[in-house]
Design a binder for this molecule. Structure first.
Ligand code: ATP
Length: 289
């Protein structure tokens, strides 16, 4: 990938509005007494981000909030439309066409699941909808069964999903259901936006171990992670560190600290590499050169 993304934002400035008057009571109204024309602004969200993910690997996209992680993942999943997206995204040397996107699973930040269905019902229902119509019902049910086994959902398969009002499966189990949802179509590339957010450190570690085992089966896994613990970090094969839409580091996770040390940035005491990288991306580390 080699991606840039810029957005045109229509900033409508109505200076005569009653809410504005409420907050600026002494300000004199504009001479034309009307609204000014919309002022389009341009904002660069991603700039020259390059990288590659291979089958069998987990590529982690790290960066502070608002650094462009979700935007990058959406671009990789072919979900950014309009002409603001420039650059090249290739999958096995071909552009993101329909057949490539069919083999791409995308797990969004918010789980889109029916709260009243059980885990098993959710996955069987999804298999019925997403697998080719020509496949017999038994094959589709078998695909749901194997996703349940693969994601370790056997013990909660008859529990309802639930939501904030109805008690259901745990946060970690819900994430697993969302991943199983995507695994049903047997994707070659699995993209996940913050799959560990809201999980405790043990559940997050367990989830990333599951991603590792999916990668070992030959899938490429690209995931954004907000605040990985050190044991989660060491499971990442590659790391892409974003800061304000720009790539600060792309390479092996295990080489990141050495790289930053070589350019004059090293922590003053042993710390979780992920914490250090996020401090760097937030520009809260002083260089020693
Ligand atoms: N459609 C849009 N209109 C305006 N701004 C946008 C739009 N999409 C993204 N942005 C801005 O782009 C920046 C990057 O957003 P993005 O959601 O990719 O960040 P992120 O790193 O995933 O953040 P978080 O970790 O908080 O989810 C943010 O400042 C966001 O406000």
């Amino acid at each position: 990938m080699d991606v840039a993304y810029r957005l045109k934002i229509e900033a409508k400035q109505k200076s005569g509005g009653s809410i504005k008057r409420l907050f600026t009571p002494h300000e004199s109204p504009p001479s034309d007494h009307g609204s000014r024309a919309a002022v389009p602004q341009e904002r660069i969200i991603l700039k020259g981000v390059t990288g590659i993910a291979h089958p069998g690997e987990i590529l982690a996209v790290l960066g502070p909030s608002g650094s462009g992680k979700s935007t990058l993942l959406n671009a990789l999943a072919g979900r950014l439309h309009g002409n603001g997206l420039t650059g090249t995204i290739l999958a096995n040397s071909s552009k993101l066409n329909k057949s490539v996107l069919r083999r791409t699973g995308f797990v969004t930040q918010d789980d889109i699941l029916y709260p009243h269905l059980t885990v098993r019902e959710t996955l069987v229902f999804c298999a019925m909808l997403r697998l080719p119509r020509v496949l017999p019902r038994a094959t589709k049910v078998a695909a749901a069964e194997s996703a349940i086994a693969e994601l370790g959902l056997r013990k909660c398969e008859h529990t309802i999903i639930g939501n904030s009002f109805i008690r259901g499966v745990s946060g970690g189990e819900r994430k697993r259901v969302s991943i199983a949802h995507e695994m049903l179509v047997d994707p070659s590339l699995l993209i996940l936006d913050e799959p560990t957010s809201g999980l405790d450190s043990t559940a997050a570690h367990r989830l990333v171990m599951t991603l590792g085992s999916l990668a070992k089966k030959g899938k490429s896994v690209i995931t954004s992670v907000h605040q990985p613990s050190s044991r989660v970090y060491q499971m990442f094969d590659k790391v892409l560190l974003l800061s304000e839409g720009q790539c600060l580091y792309f390479g092996k996770g295990s080489d990141a600290m050495r790289y930053f040390q070589s350019v004059g940035f090293a922590p003053s005491f042993p710390m979780n590499p992920a914490d250090f990288l996020l401090d760097l991306a937030n520009a809260s580390v002083e260089g020693q050169m």
